[in-house]
Design a protein around this ligand. Structure first.
Ligand SMILES: [Fe+2]
Ligand SMILES: [Fe+2]
Length: 606
């Protein structure tokens, strides 16, 4: 009994900590006055540190608890906890997934189908979250949804309405979300769509659920949202294409009949309708681009203030520009594409940064990063492209931005002193970099962690220890960053610094393993950023809070110990031998940090 009591107790404590952490994060974005904001930052660090320790104990206790075999009462208790955490917004994968994986074999053995339906659905959702947000690609395992659908065989043998609904939910996940994630092909989505609708229209289902509003609602959503197949419709078979065109026209007519103006029509229905017109040869590609662009601009005027945005508005704001760009890629001539994109850039910068940054929804991180790189493809100047990246960092990852600004200050100081003392260190660099060495260092410092914009917030907020698989996600950030910039001729020069800033100087350690930093023509600059990155991370008493922040002298000692293996010996010596540089760095990481961070914060709020 005491054990049962304690599992509930520890999970409640975990939930309270999650609430508190959200409050602290929100307060950071609200405070304006310098002293207040700094106090907030400091307080957040202190409280997070406490919670980090506490959550560690909770996770240990949970792990231990989960080691004993489940009995009927403990399984029930655990199941109820899972259920409530999942639905009440406490769905942290590190807590939920081990609980779910413990329960699944237990209930599989007991053949408790209703419970399994929830468990499969939840594990599918949590795994998708972990994988797509933290490892950079969508989750492709749809087996849990197929399993739930297979319980259709029991639909008419006493299954209650709540569980019958889960079958439709699984169809929805498969047909719409699976398609959206490209986990299943357009053809497979179409096959399931037909299967689901046939089942729905069967006399038996109609007799049982024909008037069940909740189920009708899901079926309607499947019908309507399957239209997102628009994105890949030209890859699918003829039958799917003709079903798509028919459905798109029907939905469009229905909407037109209901709404006062075309601008009020649902954005996905309208996109599907236009694309259908192209497939049916009623409109050209250019014509559908122009029509949707008009619609986008007009509809934007109707878009409410941030606080009143609905989920539909949110999807419109995100998807409409992506749709237009996708169509441009289908063969619109370059000059016209550039014109359209520059308009979209201006508008998304106004609307996205104003509206979307208020949403902490993790998928927005990925979408915004993608969009930023899409825009860059159409930009002409390097300044424009860099500005676009900095904006992304500021708006999506304030803590990473603040850290990057700190690294910029340290790197500039180290670079200037090294250039004075040992100019030969920089001789082998490409001419284009040598022309403006300090400028290059400054910009690569600001960009070095750009890959983190693709990783979800929970991995960057350190209120609890990270899982191995989350570490794996973090370790991918240099690679994500490099992938983002290497395709662009103006940005590719930063690639090695972005990719190599977590490598050891002699190549013997660090990540990514596959990258040989010792062969890079920019090697010395990778080393320089690596050192400054370490200095900031180790001395930061405001952000990276779970370890005691070190003093500059303590870090220096470590740099000296790692001279020649982990750190570039020449650069470490430049710091060791220059009391002026040490003084400057000591200021930057202590009193200066407050000023630098607050200034960066104010700029970011503009
Ligand atoms: Fe990094
Ligand atoms: Fe960093």
């Amino acid at each position: 009994m005491t054990e049962n009591f304690s599992i509930k107790e520890i999970l409640d404590k975990y939930k309270r900590n999650m609430d508190r952490q959200r409050e602290l994060d929100a307060s950071l974005l609200q405070e304006q006055e310098k002293q207040e904001w700094l106090a907030c930052l400091q307080n957040r660090a202190v409280e997070n540190q406490k919670m980090y320790m506490e959550n560690g104990e909770i996770l240990d206790a949970l792990e231990k608890w989960l080691q004993s075999p489940l009995q009927e009462d403990t399984a029930r208790l655990l199941y109820d906890e899972c259920n409530s955490m999942y639905w009440d917004g406490y769905d942290d994968c590190q807590v939920l997934l081990p609980m779910l994986y413990k329960l699944i074999p237990y209930y599989e053995e007991a053949e408790d189908i209703p419970k399994l339906m929830f468990l499969y659905g939840a594990v599918f959702y949590e795994e998708s979250e972990v994988q797509s947000r933290r490892e950079g690609h969508p989750y492709h395992d749809e087996s849990y949804n197929y399993k739930i659908i297979s319980y259709k065989k029991d639909y008419f043998s006493g299954m209650d309405a709540k569980h019958r609904r889960r079958i439709w939910g699984a169809y929805y996940n498969l047909i719409v979300s699976g398609l959206g994630n490209r986990a299943i092909s357009a053809d497979e989505s179409y096959r399931c769509y037909v299967e689901a609708l046939d089942f729905w229209n069967s006399p038996e289902v109609q007799a049982l659920d024909g008037e069940n509003e909740k189920i009708i609602d899901i079926v309607e959503r499947i019908k309507k949202e399957w239209l997102i197949v628009e994105e890949v419709i030209e890859e699918s078979n003829e039958e799917a294409q003709s079903t798509f065109c028919k459905l798109a026209q029907e939905m469009y007519q229905e909407e037109i009949a209901q709404q006062e103006s075309i601008w009020q029509i649902n954005s996905e229905v309208y996109a599907a309708y236009l694309h259908a017109q192209k497939i049916l040869n009623n409109m050209s590609l250019e014509e559908i681009v122009d029509a949707y662009l008009d619609y986008y601009q007009e509809k934007m005027k109707l878009c409410p203030d941030v606080k009143d945005l609905t989920e539909d508005d949110l999807y419109f704001l995100i998807n409409a520009p992506l749709t237009i760009e996708r169509w441009l890629c289908m063969g619109v001539e370059e000059e016209k594409s550039k014109k359209v994109m520059s308009l979209l850039k201006q508008q998304t910068q106004e609307t996205w940064y104003e509206k979307l940054t208020k949403f902490a929804m993790p998928f927005i991180n990925g979408v915004m990063a993608e969009w930023c790189f899409t825009l860059i493809k159409y930009m002409d100047t390097q300044d424009e492209k860099e500005e676009c990246l900095f904006q992304l960092l500021v708006k999506r990852q304030l803590p990473t931005y603040l850290h990057s600004v700190m690294v910029t200050h340290l790197a500039e100081a180290l670079c200037k002193e090294a250039k004075r003392k040992c100019p030969e260190l920089f001789e082998g660099l490409p001419e284009s970099i040598k022309k403006d060495l300090v400028g290059f260092v400054r910009r690569s410092a600001l960009l070095h962690d750009i890959g983190k914009t693709k990783i979800t917030d929970i991995v960057n907020t350190q209120g609890r220890r990270l899982w191995d698989r989350e570490f794996h996600g973090i370790k991918n950030h240099p690679m994500f960053g490099a992938e983002m910039i290497e395709k662009d001729e103006d940005l590719v020069k930063y690639r090695d610094v972005v990719l190599g800033h977590h490598k050891f100087y002699d190549g013997s350690g660090g990540y990514p393993v596959e990258f040989d930093n010792t062969k890079s023509p920019c090697r010395v600059l990778i080393d320089l950023i690596t050192i400054c990155d370490c200095i900031d991370a180790a001395t930061d008493h405001l952000g990276r809070n779970y370890k005691r922040a070190k003093t500059l002298d303590e870090v220096l000692k470590e740099l000296v110990e790692g001279k020649g293996t982990r750190y570039n010996p020449d650069l470490v010596e430049v710091i060791e031998e220059s009391s002026r540089l040490k003084k400057e760095m000591r200021y930057i990481v202590s009193e200066g940090r407050m000023d630098i961070m607050y200034r960066a914060y104010l700029e970011s709020a503009l």
